[in-house]
Design a protein around this ligand. Structure first.
Ligand SMILES: Cc1cc2nc3c(=O)[nH]c(=O)nc-3n(C[C@H](O)[C@H](O)[C@H](O)COP(=O)(O)O)c2cc1C
Length: 231
């Protein structure tokens, strides 16, 4: 699929793929990005020639991009991580985690970011494939309590706390290895969703869901980018 579209920017998660694949992606002139969750990971990525690094703070929704260590105590918030990575590397750094509005974008730019990567704020946009139970959870008070859990996929990821996280998580030694945990909970999840319940679904969200709006993604992007164009 990559070959067919030849995107100008390819963003990897969980480190980088093999040197051969990386060279192939570079051969059509694509810029290479990947996420770092620690200063060590940022240095590792820079040493392998990435064009920019996403500094993913602990607040971020979805999977942690961590790849040099599986020790969650190495993971720190955006405000702590971003300036340290900016100091440690020479390539542009893109901030991710808890950025919910234009003021958040301004704040990370002040800390040295070259850009902002935002996930959670887009989850209620009509273009997003966010499920009905996920949308309902994001709009409820439950969205204020998130946790990093491995029970849905086998890898640590941040989502809204629900019954499965409460009863067997948030981190469980019994969770099958990534991505096999997804299959392990699939039947339970499907049945619960059929009944209108998100008790067993991964309700990915970051710690700051206050920017979620049911508006088209283009409008939301223009609103968030206003901080950059005004600077
Ligand atoms: C539902 C969801 C899915 C995500 N999937 C990916 C992914 O496939 N690859 C990736 O690099 N990051 C992924 N992320 C993480 C985002 O790229 C980004 O780091 C994060 O959303 C930023 O923090 P925020 O959620 O507080 O805005 C995902 C985030 C969410 C909320």
């Amino acid at each position: 699929m990559l070959e067919e579209f030849r995107p100008e920017v390819v963003s990897f998660h969980f480190g980088l793929p093999s040197a051969d694949l990386l060279a192939h992606v570079r051969s059509w002139g694509a810029k290479i990005l990947s996420s770092a969750t620690t200063v060590d990971e940022a240095r590792w990525l820079e040493a392998r020639g990435v064009d920019a690094i996403v500094a993913q703070g602990l607040e971020a929704g979805g999977h942690r991009g961590m790849f040099l260590s599986d020790d969650l105590s190495t993971q720190v918030g955006t405000f702590a991580l971003l300036p340290q990575i900016v100091t440690a590397v020479g390539v542009p750094v893109i901030a991710a985690g808890a950025i919910a509005n234009a003021r958040g974008v301004t704040a990370v730019m002040a800390l040295g970011a070259a850009g902002a990567q935002i996930g959670t704020a887009y989850l209620l946009c009509p273009e997003a494939t966010t499920s009905a139970v996920h949308r309902a959870a994001l709009k409820s008070d439950a969205a204020r309590l998130t946790a990093i859990t491995n029970v849905f996929t086998g890898r640590p990821a941040r989502g809204i706390v629900n019954r499965l996280i409460r009863e067997i998580g948030p981190m469980s030694g019994a969770a099958p290895e990534f991505p096999l945990a997804t299959t392990a909970v699939a039947a339970l999840r499907a049945r619960a969703e059929h009944l209108g319940s998100g008790d067993f679904s991964p309700l990915w969200a970051g710690q700051n869901s206050s920017g979620c709006k049911e508006v088209p993604a283009a409008g939301l992007t223009r609103e968030l980018a206003a901080a950059i164009t005004a600077a």
